[in-house]
Design a protein around this ligand. Sequence first.
Ligand SMILES: [Zn+2]
Length: 213
Amino acid sequence: MKKWECTVCGYIHVGDEPPDECPVCSADKSMFVEVVEEQNPAETAAAPETAPQPQPTVPPSLPAKIYALASALTVRYHLHPIMVHTPNGVVPMALVFMLITVWFGLPLFETAALYSLVFVLVSMPMVLFTGYVMWQQRYRGAFTSIFKIKIGASIAAVVLLLGLVIWRAVQPDIASSASTGRWIYLFCCLLLVGVVGTAGHFGGKLVFGSRKD
Ligand SMILES: [Zn+2]
């Protein structure tokens, strides 16, 4: 039996042939390389002699330096999952606060829902930046279906958040008014929970998908 490694997410497949599609990140067959267990020591020793000459480099600009530092910190300290978990937990709270507002007519909870949504919206630049860095650095910017879903969910989350906050600013009594708009507003909150849940689910699949337990 041969071992094949997905070059996008690191999933290991055991078999004579690589799978048609990676079960974790959906990368196709061509992205798999065979894992060679034993290496000939003579070949390894010979390799350094053909080391390429260092190329003259242009000093990086300040934004490039800042991006490089931010990328290194994001990867080293797992800043994407850290940045994602708090806003992801606050989104369902906003929905719960909205439901309490509608059912019990308590305006205080409507304010709590608004602040929750604003908090998530303010967190989004860091969520998106750290997510982009991880995608580029760890998954080499592979544009497979799992990343398309995650990117689509992120865009949908930003659009929904902006829509909900702007709508509330324009119509402060949206949750307490007995109108159809209130139900649409509530549905958008529910949709937001679904969208961030989807992004989180596939993020979890990327991180834990290749584990056997
Ligand atoms: Zn993969």
